[in-house]
Design a protein around this ligand. Structure first.
Ligand SMILES: C[S@@+](CC[C@H](N)C(=O)[O-])C[C@H]1O[C@@H](n2cnc3c(N)ncnc32)[C@H](O)[C@@H]1O
Length: 347
């Protein structure tokens, strides 16, 4: 067993079959795994003759089995609070969509991985291959973890509000112009709230307005029992908001000044630059920004067992992390090396 990266090394590229290479790696030695394996029956890499090449299996069941073997070994190498991001595309066989990403995801869940997000990578372009169905324009990017407690730096990926609240000596107005006057009127005129609930609701309204003045909150919405249409289930057993409304007579949704987390549909155009000299399905570095910032600590190690043209390690280096890449193809290892020399020159 050996460390995938010496203390002083920024990156390491290893040529070989990833399952065999992973088996030699020390347990708990990388912080994050991000990868896009070969899709089943889709691409031809230059390892065609190699029995270890993944993607050429006769059946998709064999393909899923091979991937699971690799990712189980990768799990051992990943630290306890680490994350694993998996990008996979789908395939049609005899007109039927296989649902391959989900077949692999479900098998991973059966093997103990916890699925935290199914990010839809909306590629914006999409090709027209036939006339009796819609164009394909997205792929899945699954986020798995090893344990319920895992490293997640949410602050590093917050989307900052573009508009700021207006705060004057006379009035305070949230970034979308909410001053609280209408809410106060609804509370005072409510026939549903008890006197005590009205006092509590006005106190909560004053509190959130003062949070806006102090810059902690950027915007808010208030729902008052019986006064507006509620956008959630009104079953208090299903919805926390319905329960709060039933118990207290109101609830307040705050939009924090620090910003909000991105949602799970990412619009990122596919990569062209590194595609020209290879058959490899390259993903763009922009797709890896959130996974690296949120789930790999600064200076930590990102591993890609199917490194292809070096994208994962290049993105990791640019964001102040270190990287390890494995690929079966000597040609792709050479391409990755050339790319990483350029990345380091720019860093
Ligand atoms: C979809 S490409 C990865 C592309 C990469 N994300 C990028 O941006 O360049 C998949 C890669 O897996 C490699 N590969 C296939 N079987 C492998 C195996 N058993 N071990 C390691 N690499 C393998 C192929 O050579 C290919 O470079």
């Amino acid at each position: 067993m050996h460390n995938p990266l010496e203390e002083k090394q920024r990156y390491n590229l290893i040529q070989g079959d990833c399952l065999s290479v992973l088996k030699e790696m020390e347990s708990n030695s990388v912080n994050c795994i991000i990868t896009s394996p070969p899709y089943w029956g889709m691409r031809v890499y230059d390892n065609e003759e190699d029995e270890h090449e993944i993607g050429n299996e006769k059946t998709f069941e064999q393909y899923v089995e091979k991937l699971i073997a690799v990712f189980n070994e990768a799990k051992r190498v990943l630290v306890k609070d680490g994350s694993f991001w998996l990008n996979l595309g789908d395939k049609y066989v005899d007109k039927g969509l296989l649902g391959m990403p989900w077949r692999v995801a479900l098998a991973l869940m059966d093997n103990g991985w916890i699925l935290r997000n199914d990010v839809i990578w909306h590629q914006l372009k999409g090709t027209q291959s036939c006339k009796d169905r819609l164009r394909d324009s997205y792929e899945h990017f699954f986020h798995f973890v090893k344990s319920k407690k895992y490293f997640y730096d949410a602050d590093s990926i917050l989307i900052k509000p573009t508009k700021q609240p207006v705060v004057t000596t006379k009035d305070t107005v949230s970034s979308t112009g909410v001053s609280g006057k209408k809410y106060r009127k609804l509370i005072r005129e409510s026939k549903e709230l008890t006197e005590e609930e009205k006092v509590n609701a006005e106190r909560a309204l004053d509190e959130v307005l003062s949070e806006i003045r102090e810059g902690q909150v950027n915007d808010f919405r208030m729902t008052i029992r019986g006064a507006q249409r509620a956008w959630h289930s009104d079953n208090a057993r299903i919805s926390g908001r319905a329960k709060e409304l039933a118990d207290k007579g109101f609830y307040i949704m705050r939009i924090h000044a620090k910003g909000h987390l991105p949602n799970d549909v990412w619009n990122v155009v596919t990569e062209d630059t590194w595609r020209t000299d290879s058959h490899c399905a390259v993903y763009p570095e922009a797709l890896l920004r959130v996974p690296i910032l949120a789930t790999c600590p600064e200076g930590g190690i990102v591993l890609d067992p199917f490194i292809g043209t070096g994208t994962t390690v290049s993105a990791a280096l640019k964001l102040g992390r270190r990287g390890v890449g494995i690929d079966l193809s000597p040609q792709y290892i050479r391409t990755s090396k050339e790319r990483l020399i350029q990345t380091m020159l720019l860093a």
